[in-house]
Design a protein around this ligand. Structure first.
Ligand code: EPU
Length: 487
């Protein structure tokens, strides 16, 4: 084996990927990753590998997606559901929790506070049981919050259950400033005393009381945070201008199973009658509408016949309306959608909005599609101020995109050609994967840890329906900076 390839690891569960790399070493399996043992020479333990990996995807474009691809549970429903376990001493058992990095971060966060966690993963089982009987440390430290903003979802439940919370302010983020002022304002309305010091929010309350909250702006996690806090407050809370996302309704449904009295979730007015105590519950998380939408767009672009299974098409109305305008043909069942291809794509403008509008979390993937549609597409991003990082990477692959503030104009169709590109955030990464599936040649996609935050083994799912995609792990890049080629 050449020195350069000694410095590399293949991360893949599929045998064909491994056999591309000749060698007689027994491979080491850890989780879903496979490592060449000689890579570990100068390191004590394989336990440190995950932190040091800078995985890449190698994607060869041109294959249609054919067959059935299954959707995992919704990350953005699972995160608040896990935070809701703080509200009770009893176990909360959650099914369909996706095996993604953000979920692992939240698990670590809850464990750092004293939560007992039990996992059951394998085949179709994706169960996480959480028991917050002893919450010894009601704090969300900067190290965890900085890697995942949704950590701030513990703020409301912690104050409601323990009367105090210390949560790091998240700071800025790749897609926008994303303040949490509306969470704070709402909690103050419910009687919490909140101060900010040394980058932390310190909150306390003897007991929260119900109140009237009107959000100045629609916020998804803000609605969820306050709904959880109000569930244990004295009296009734009425929240206006709430987020109507399916993930908010899913959380309300879990909280009601735990003994809360919440009505109106899924509409802009939510009423919560506080209770003294909440109990345990067993709940199945809804399917991930953004993962489903990502596969639907990938299928619309690559051709072939793909069924996206285990999803809820009723959560994807805005996307289907646009794809219909683009000329994509699809048919539904209750929990699946099939895309049949062969049509020329036509440009159709999008403008992101809160649910039920076109989701900001699908904007980047749709932009990849727009590069292959006949005509000009205007993409307007209304939710986050800096969510066009993928545009320049798509341009490097041959797209014609001009960004002007919150608008991007995509002129299609331009052939895409493979390039070395970088992921900047979760959905931008998904956009680049989709583009690479139709690009001519072999795209090297760097920093795929972004995609691992929210897509469960996307490369394995796509490979099973015909995509040529491999995960390559480059070990210890700081110690071994020499660039390596693809074996
Ligand atoms: N905002 C404020 N103040 C606040 C809260 C929000 O000004 O206190 C602003 C934000 O800066 C943004 C807008 O309100 O401009 C909407 O933000 P929102 O609070 O709704 O976003 P979020 O709750 O932080 C969730 C999802 C995001 C998704 C957005 C919008 C989770 C864990 N995250 O974020 O998901 O983009 O809603 O739909 O639910 C993703 O999965 O890739 C992702 C970023």
């Amino acid at each position: 084996m050449k020195t350069s390839s000694k410095r590399r690891a293949i991360r893949s569960a599929a045998a064909p990927a491994v056999t591309q790399f000749p060698g007689s070493f027994p491979l080491i399996k850890r989780g879903h990753a496979t490592y060449w043992p000689d890579l570990l020479d100068d390191h004590d333990s394989i336990a440190s590998l995950d932190e040091n990996l800078m995985d890449k995807f190698i994607i060869r474009g041109g294959n249609p997606l054919v067959g059935t691809i299954r959707v995992s549970g919704a990350k953005n429903a699972a995160l608040p559901a896990m935070a809701a376990s703080i509200l009770t001493e009893e176990p909360v058992i959650l099914e369909n929790i996706p095996d993604v990095r953000d979920i692992r971060t939240e698990r670590s966060l809850l464990q750092s506070m004293g939560a007992e966690v039990e996992l059951a993963y394998g085949g179709d089982v994706h169960r996480t049981s959480l028991c917050c009987r002893n919450l010894s440390n009601p704090e969300a430290a900067y190290d965890l919050v900085k890697t995942m903003r949704a950590s701030t979802l513990v703020l409301g439940p912690l104050i409601a259950r323990t009367g105090r919370a210390r949560v790091s302010l998240p700071g800025g983020c790749a897609i926008g400033a994303r303040p949490i002022d509306l969470h704070i304002k709402g909690l103050e309305r419910l009687g919490a005393k909140i101060t900010q010091e040394h980058g932390y929010i310190e909150a306390s309350a003897e007991r929260l009381h119900g109140g009237q909250i009107t959000f100045d702006k629609i916020t998804v996690t803000g609605t969820e945070d306050l709904m959880m806090a109000a569930a244990l407050a004295d009296g009734e809370t009425v929240m206006e201008n709430c987020a109507r996302e399916p993930e908010v309704s899913d959380l309300a449904s879990l909280l009601n199973k735990m003994g809360a009295h919440i009505t109106g979730a899924g509409t802009s007015t939510i009423k919560i009658r506080g209770v003294k105590k909440l109990g345990g519950a067993h709940h199945r998380i809804i399917p991930d509408r953004i993962e489903a939408g990502t596969f639907i767009i990938a299928a619309s672009l690559t051709g072939g016949d793909l069924t996206v299974a285990d999803c809820d098409p009723s959560h994807l109305g805005a996307l289907f309306n646009k794809l219909q305008e683009c000329g994509v043909a699809f048919s539904f069942n209750a929990d699946s959608v099939s895309i049949t291809n062969g049509h020329t794509l036509k440009a159709a403008d999008i403008s992101t909005e809160e649910y039920p509008g076109f989701p900001t979390d699908m904007q980047a993937q749709y932009m990849a599609l727009a590069t292959q549609a006949e005509g000009s597409t205007v993409v307007t991003e209304n939710i986050f101020e800096n969510r066009f990082m993928h545009a320049q990477e798509l341009v490097r692959m041959g797209a014609n995109i001009r960004v002007e503030g919150r608008r991007a104009v995509v002129r299609g169709r331009t052939p895409l050609s493979a390039a070395a590109v970088q992921c900047s955030d979760l959905r931008a990464s998904a956009s680049l994967v989709i583009a690479a599936l139709v690009a001519e040649g072999e795209t090297v996609l760097d920093r795929v840890y972004h995609i691992d935050r929210g897509y469960e083994r996307i490369e394995e799912k796509l490979r099973a329906v015909g995509a040529q995609i491999e995960r390559i792990g480059e070990l210890f890049p700081k110690k071994s900076p020499s660039p390596v080629g693809v074996a």
